[in-house]
Design a protein around this ligand. Structure first.
Ligand SMILES: [Zn+2]
Length: 158
């Protein structure tokens, strides 16, 4: 529990009775992506339901679960995955933004789940991660490193 959530019932904004309870539901909704509209299935979405008037309420937590489900359906990195990736690369949001040719506010919005990155940016982020892994592997093996250097020199790129 965080952000001052209480375990007991809360007051319903609609009927003002103390009947609002937390539930988890599966949401199915349409999402208009860049090039097509897709159906998204979000599981275990935290919502609040009024036992009296049956009104349902979806807050920021529900939005986050739905956002993650959209990213997964579209095959894009989720906000947490973007943040993890950036931290693995030991980059600040500023460095990451500069490298991806976007504003730092954009990186922040991706990581907070306010915006969804384009497929092109998603691919770019994954490429950076793959290159890092490849470089680390090559540099950890002396023979592979020498071989790569020889090839670079031979091809005139060294
Ligand atoms: Zn109510």
């Amino acid at each position: 529990m965080k952000n001052g959530q209480h375990d007991g019932p809360r007051i319903c904004p609609s009927c003002k009775s103390l009947s609002l309870e937390r539930q988890f539901v599966n949401d199915r909704f349409e999402y208009g992506a860049e090039d097509k509209t897709v159906w998204v299935e979000a599981e275990n979405v935290p919502i609040e339901v009024c036992a009296r008037c049956h009104e349902t309420f979806r807050g920021p937590e529900a939005a986050r679960v739905r956002h993650d489900a959209i990213c997964k359906t579209l095959g894009l990195l989720t906000p947490a995955e973007i943040r993890n990736l950036r931290e693995r690369l030991h980059m600040t949001q500023e460095q990451f933004a500069e490298w991806a040719s976007v504003g730092v506010a954009t990186v922040s919005r991706w990581e907070r789940g306010c915006w969804i990155q384009t497929r092109a940016h998603d691919r770019l982020m994954r490429t950076l991660d793959e290159n890092r892994v490849l470089r680390e592997v090559v540099e950890s093996i002396p023979e592979a490193k020498r071989s790569l250097q020889r090839r670079l020199v031979a091809s005139g790129n060294g």
